[in-house]
Ligand binder design. Sequence first.
Ligand code: SF4
Length: 213
Amino acid sequence: MSCSQTVNIARILYPVRALGPGNRLGIWLAGCPRRCPGCSNPELWQAQAGQALSQERLQELLRPFLSREDLGGVVVTGGDPFFQADALLPLLAYLDRSVPDILVYTGYTYQQLLHLGKSARACLQHIGVLIDGPYRQEENDGHPLKGSANQQIYFLRPELRPRYEAYLEGPSHPVQNFTMKHGIISVGIHRRDFADAVAQQAKKKGIILHDRP
Ligand code: SF4
């Protein structure tokens, strides 16, 4: 496995509590060719939306989070992480050495991943829970972890299932807002009209949002 493979990272956030149980290290990979209408991260469609990091540099950035006692898991999303399957593989292998609970979102279906290539198939060996399939806004039914009803949750490590079931049955799962250098990032599964509602509220206050391509 090559460690020289660079990976395009859009953001790293901690603690993410709106995407799975526990305090999670959230890693967003840039680039997604799918362009689902209503996508909550259209600013990450372009591969250049992220910063190209060597695996070594990325590991250096992640290491302090992985040694935290309060770390409850990792969530890898984007963009579509499998858009960079060759680079995703060494990243997941590294995470897998420290964290038993790795949740990954992808716009590919699980069946498509099986035929996407060797790296994509190998990635599955390091994933605890996979949520697959494109976002269909007309099927957004307010599920706490799935963007739309067509998506499936695969417990690739079955021992994680009870933990997620407890999370899904727990109290409400609000979105989380992180203040960044260039603005606010809203993390979590948003209701169908969330982006338009925020844009309308902002416009009323004279603010024009620029995150939509
Ligand atoms: S697959 Fe995900 S990141 Fe890609 S366009 Fe669809 S919702 Fe957005």
